[in-house]
Design a protein around this ligand. Structure first.
Ligand SMILES: C[S@@+](CC[C@H](N)C(=O)[O-])C[C@H]1O[C@@H](n2cnc3c(N)ncnc32)[C@H](O)[C@@H]1O
Length: 272
């Protein structure tokens, strides 16, 4: 299994201002890189992930550590999950959005280099019924275009939707390779599909107010996003509570070591 390198690790820990014995929620625990650093700094952590594979990995990574608990779940239900664990007046909450490097290496169809994989992209196949293949094979052309407009402008999105509808009338789209044959360069369309399959925008919009309500006064909400649409949502939400500061981005040195840090933007909100 490949490794995931945590993005903006020291910046996120600094932004969270870890208090010894303070309670922190890592709403996207993933490979537990940020969680391990919060524990090291003295915090107590509730780690959440919707992907059972990642949660099992986090458990393995944290073996030997204490002061943490891991809970399966989607952060759109953050408040219920946190309150159920006694984490309802917390010092800090971290969201490190999207998926990890480990996802790109597995066979769930997240990566355009895994062309034989089924076009699935569900983070949690136990709770999600609709795959990426279901969407591209069944959505009406107009809805497909709206889906792609999350990552590209109006005209290319319409063109792409039209190409897909024509292609699927001849042959069902099953694999990543089938999809790439139609769309050509696949990074952005694949991202739009993943975001739609996992309701990423809706989940983020639902989670931010819940996160704020779980923080104690002076508590910190830290969000790392990798896509301008997500950053806009975070900026708009944080902007309701004062002028948002410029986002923190990765240093050149970090981007050289870890190219996935290139598009990362971190924003911090302190509850007053
Ligand atoms: C970028 S990774 C986190 C990496 C982690 N911070 C680390 O340092 O190892 C994002 C994680 O969030 C999880 N995730 C994405 N959307 C989620 C959601 N709505 N609810 C819970 N977990 C989610 C993914 O399964 C993935 O493991």
């Amino acid at each position: 299994m490949s490794e995931h390198t945590s993005v903006l690790l020291s910046e996120a820990i600094e932004a969270l201002h870890i208090n010894k014995g303070g309670k922190y929620i890592d709403a996207t625990v993933g490979a537990a890189g940020h969680t391990a650093a919060i524990l090291k700094a003295g915090g107590v952590v509730l780690g959440i992930d919707d992907d059972p594979i990642m949660l099992a990995l986090a458990k393995k990574k944290l073996s030997g550590e204490t002061r943490y608990r891991l809970v399966p779940g989607n952060f759109r239900n953050l408040k219920t999950i946190a309150q159920g664990q006694g984490f309802d007046r917390v010092d800090g909450i971290l969201f490190d959005l999207g998926i990890s490097t480990i996802h790109y290496a597995d066979e769930r169809g997240f990566s355009f280099s895994e062309s034989a994989s089924l076009l699935d992209m569900r983070l949690n196949p136990q709770t999600q019924a609709v795959t990426a293949a279901d969407l591209v094979n069944s959505l009406p052309e107009s809805q497909l275009a709206v889906l792609f407009e999350d990552v590209m402008t109006f005209k290319p999105a319409r063109r792409l939707a039209n190409k897909i509808v024509k292609a699927r009338s001849e042959k069902k789209i099953k694999t990543v390779g089938d999809f790439l044959e139609i769309v050509g360069e696949g990074r952005k369309p694949m991202m739009a599909l993943r975001m739609a399959v996992n309701s990423e925008v809706e989940n983020l919009k639902a989670a931010l107010p819940q996160a704020l309500s779980l923080l104690k006064t002076g508590g910190r909400l830290v969000v790392i996003s990798f896509h301008s649409g997500e950053d806009r949502i975070v900026k708009e939400f944080f902007g309701r509570f004062g002028r948002p500061a410029r986002p923190v981005i990765a240093s050149q040195a970090e981007v050289i070591k870890n190219p996935s840090a290139r598009s990362a933007k971190m924003r911090v909100l302190i509850k007053i």
